[in-house]
Structure formats: C-alpha cells, structure tokens
Design a protein around this ligand. Structure first.
Ligand SMILES: C[S@@+](CC[C@H](N)C(=O)[O-])C[C@H]1O[C@@H](n2cnc3c(N)ncnc32)[C@H](O)[C@@H]1O
Length: 345
C-alpha cells in the first residue's frame, strides 16, 4: 500500500508536466502505468492496445525524439486516432492494425526488442460510445460487438446460430453468469434476435424479478461474455502474454491493465510464474531444478484506481494493473546475448 502511494505521488508530480492528455479521453491508471513502466528517452515501447492513444501520449512524451512507440490495435477507428497522434508525436511511431498476438509474432520475426510493452485490455470508451457497434446494453443497436469490423463472427451469429448449450457455456465461462442456462434457453426461444434491446429483453426475462436488483444491470455480464466470445479476447491474451514477454529486452518492463477477473487471473498467473525461481518439491533439501526467476514483480498486488479516479472516470472502477521487469532471457527462448538492441526499429 505504501509502495502504491509512493508510486502515485511520483507519478502525479511527473504527470503534471505532460502536455498530451486529450480532453475527450481519460486513460485508466495512467499515472501508475507510466511510473512503473518508466519509459526513458531513446527507448522503444510497444502499445498493444492503442485505442484513443491516451496511454501512448504519455509514454511517447517520455521516449522523446530518439525513442519509438509501436502502436497496435485491431480497430480501424484506433488507426484513425493514431494518424492524428502521429502528426504531433514527440517520438518516432508506427501503427500495426492487427490482433496483438499476430502483431507480436511479426515483431519477433523482425527482431524488435522493446524496452516496454503494455496492454490495456478490453474495449475502449470510443467503442462503447459508438452505439451503432452494439457493445453496450444501454443503446439499441444491431448485434455486432466486433472490435475489428472486417472479422466475420458477430454477436448476431452467436445469439442466433450457436446451439443453446454453447451459448450457456459462453455466458457461464466468460460472464461468470449464474443464470447462464436459463438465459441461453430464453435467447434460443426468442430467435431471431436482431438488436441489443431485444437481447436485453431476453436476458431480463430469464432473471426472476427478485434478482433484478443489487447486482448491477442484469445484462452486464451476458454482454461482457458475448463480447469476449465475439472477439476471442481470452485466447488472444493467452497467446500474447508469452510472446510479449519473449520480445521484451532484458531489463524491459511489461504491464497489463485488466477489467475483469478472467483477464487479471491470466496476467497474475503468467507474471507470478515468471517471477518464481526453484520448483523443486519441498522434500528435496537442495535445489536440483536450477530454475531462476526471470521477472521481478513491480506490483506485488494489483494496483486499483483511487476513489478520485473512479469518481472522475467510473469506467475505471474494475481496473487492475500489474507490472513486472524482465531479469533474463534464459526462459524466453531468446538465448542470444543480453537481449538488447532493437533490430527492427
Ligand atoms: C481499453 S482500450 C485501450 C485504450 C488506450 N490505452 C487509451 O488510453 O486510449 C482497448 C483497445 O484494445 C483494442 N484491443 C482489444 N483486444 C485486442 C487484440 N486482441 N488485438 C488488438 N487490439 C485489441 C481494442 O480495439 C481497443 O481499442
């Protein structure tokens, strides 16, 4: 807790000098992320989820003219935002419109070794607020929810074509929804369902009136679940974490902001495993595995937004940030030299 307070105090002092925060978008846990990732002049950073570029602006300012920010996002709207950003960016920058997992593979192939990598997971405010994209249960819109509009799978296909049991599994596994079975049954019974409002009605019909209060909007978890399924969010994260770590230069920092426990659990386990040394059974008195940690956790426990931030930006409420520093390349399968030198930048 003390460490978190110190991080925030330092971050606030520095953030006061930063000029690039746009008025229309508030990046989540931004001070904490930048302070822990500690971008330095001349370094290369990889923003896997550019969105509206809120974090990228802060990072770019620290990288300065000699540094490079590589931005990735699968949403063409993020690319449009990046084009604006690139006109005034204080460092070199390039954009890859792609799912972050294949983008990371491509960068590995090109020999890029960034000093910092970060992922700010989930959907952006831009995506939620573009009502016609169907991410929100608050607006009536066609059932879409694709982050990449060129992708074939939409929410409409899941809702109208997937078997009831598969829909129930999505709601249970990706939404941790207690009423997954009855919601899936109601959805299938009411097909065809064409809009988000029709989907909300079906979901509400599966929730007994006494349960409709006290757990937030009754469709919140189901919408999250369907969005995760449409965008393959957890598979992408599972692929991306080891790739991002492998890419990272020794001494580099990796951070992830998650918005629900399914993401945070993955990030936590991944980093904890990297930070773990000896894995010998406890009954063996002397280590025979020889395993050394290849990460230092810079957040022992996930950082959450302050009450002030939540008040300013209620969408930050469920955010959790974890950051680690890479100590060695031994377990990343890079094994050549000290891991420095940005071959592709
Ligand atoms: C929470 S927003 C990022 C906001 C950004 N950090 C900012 O400050 O403006 C998440 C972004 O990540 C993108 N995204 C999510 N999953 C992705 C994936 N697997 N590959 C590429 N982009 C992804 C979304 O399209 C969205 O623009």
């Amino acid at each position: 807790m003390e460490r978190a307070t110190a991080i925030r105090a330092g971050a606030r002092a520095r953030a006061a000098k930063l000029a690039y925060v746009p008025a229309d978008h508030e990046p989540v846990l931004a001070e904490e992320l930048v302070e822990l990732l500690d971008p330095r002049p001349g370094e290369t950073f990889l923003d896997c989820t550019f969105g509206a570029g809120g974090h990228a602006r802060l990072v770019a300012e620290r990288l300065g003219a000699g540094g490079e920010l590589i931005a990735v996002d699968r949403d063409p709207e993020a690319e449009r935002r990046w084009r604006e950003f690139s006109k005034h960016a204080p460092c070199r920058t390039r954009f890859l419109r792609s799912d972050f997992a294949p983008a990371l593979e491509g960068l590995r192939g090109a020999g890029v070794r960034p000093d910092g990598v970060y992922l700010d997971l989930g959907m952006s405010s831009m995506q939620v607020d573009a009502w016609e994209r169907g991410f929100s249960y608050a607006y009536d819109a066609p059932l879409d929810m694709r982050m990449d509009p060129d992708q074939k799978l939409t929410a409409a296909e899941i809702v109208n074509e997937w078997p009831q049991e598969r829909i129930a599994r999505v709601l249970r596994e990706f939404g941790e929804e207690r009423r997954a079975g009855s919601m899936a049954r109601e959805i299938v019974r009411r097909r065809p369902i064409e809009t988000t409002a029709e989907l909300v009605t079906a979901i509400k019909a599966a929730v007994p009136p006494a349960d409709r209060f006290g757990r937030g909007h009754p469709a919140k978890r189901a919408f999250q679940a369907i969005r995760i399924a449409v965008n393959g969010e957890l598979e992408a994260l599972d692929r991306a974490l080891p790739l991002a770590w492998q890419l990272l230069a020794v001494g580099g920092r990796m951070g992830a902001i998650s918005f629900h426990s399914l993401e945070d659990r993955r990030v936590k386990r991944f980093l904890a495993d990297r930070a773990r040394g000896c894995v010998c059974p406890p009954e063996i008195p002397v280590c025979v595995c020889g395993r050394e940690p290849d990460a230092e956790l810079l957040t022992k426990r996930a950082l959450a937004p302050t009450p002030d931030e939540i008040e300013r930006n209620p969408r930050s409420a469920s955010a959790h940030l974890r950051v680690a520093r890479k100590l060695s390349d031994e377990r990343s399968g890079n094994g050549n030299g000290d891991g420095r030198g940005n071959g592709g930048s």
